[in-house]
Design a protein around this ligand. Structure first.
Ligand code: TYD
Length: 240
């Protein structure tokens, strides 16, 4: 079977909403290993955008919709083996529903969407860390989302050993993926960095060992430049 994979378009919120490009909100994702501080930075960015009069929808994958909460429970808490293709499809199913019912409608209303994890997590975790190829995992997500790419992806990069110390200090039980061996987390980190190197225009890579306030300032600077950017003239759905 061949999936019809649409050309991904940054910030493409799809033709369904029928709004001009300039009226659409920004789609910003946070990526990185477990324990790197994504939620802290997402919250700080939400505060910053809200203070500037923006409407912000803060969400996450897996689990950003009602259906997604059920999928999240399977992928993170199922005891025992999940076949790699089944795992990739579960994340893709969560993503398809979430993008269709939460993210595209929000962008179409003009809200900015700040999201913990998106398709890069699938490529890094299911593609690199496990047995599936990076392209097939990415194509699955591109198909699932109708080709929606973020305007900006912030990659918080941190040595997995340091991230692990942070998680242990939190004293929460580890989920299925957090419990993976350290070689797995090393290859996830490498894969994230490779993804960022391949798409420098979409990614902002930051050293997550820096203090949170400084990281937030760098992120705000990048978002500010996106806000100042003139609206593209191409029709909705055009790839950049
Ligand atoms: P996360 O919500 O960041 O976990 P927590 O709430 O414990 O901080 O992510 C859950 C896990 O799911 C994380 O280990 C990465 C993994 N994951 C994938 O393997 N593939 C995916 O496509 C996504 C979105 C997450």
């Amino acid at each position: 079977m061949t999936l019809e994979v649409p050309e991904p378009a940054p910030g493409d919120s799809g033709p369904a909403e029928g709004r001009a490009e300039s009226e659409r909100g920004l789609f910003i994702t946070f990526e990185g290993g477990d324990g790197v501080g994504k939620s802290t930075q997402a919250a700080l960015l939400q505060e910053w955008l809200t203070a500037r009069g923006h409407t912000v929808v803060r969400t996450r994958e897996p689990g950003g919709s009602e259906v997604g909460v059920l999928v999240r429970d399977i992928v993170l808490h199922h005891r025992g083996e999940i076949a790699p293709r089944a795992e990739a499809l579960l994340y893709a199913a969560d993503r398809a529903h979430h993008i269709e019912t939460v993210v595209r409608p929000a962008l179409g209303r003009g809200a900015d969407v700040i999201q913990d994890r998106y398709l890069d997590s699938s490529v890094a975790y299911q593609g690199a860390g496990r047995v599936l190829g990076r392209d097939e995992v990415r194509n699955l997500s591109v198909w699932a989302t109708g080709g929606l790419l973020p305007d900006l992806t912030v990659l918080l990069d941190l040595d997995p050993a340091v991230a692990r110390e942070r998680l242990e200090a939190d004293d929460k039980p580890f989920d299925r993926l957090e419990s993976e061996r350290s070689a797995f987390h090393d290859s996830v980190r490498e894969e994230f960095l490779a993804l960022a190197a391949a798409e420098p225009g979409r990614f902002l890579v930051l050293d997550a060992s820096r203090i949170p306030a400084d990281l937030a300032t760098d992120i705000q600077g990048r978002v500010q430049s996106l806000l100042a950017r003139p609206a593209p003239t191409g029709s909705v759905g055009d790839a950049d």
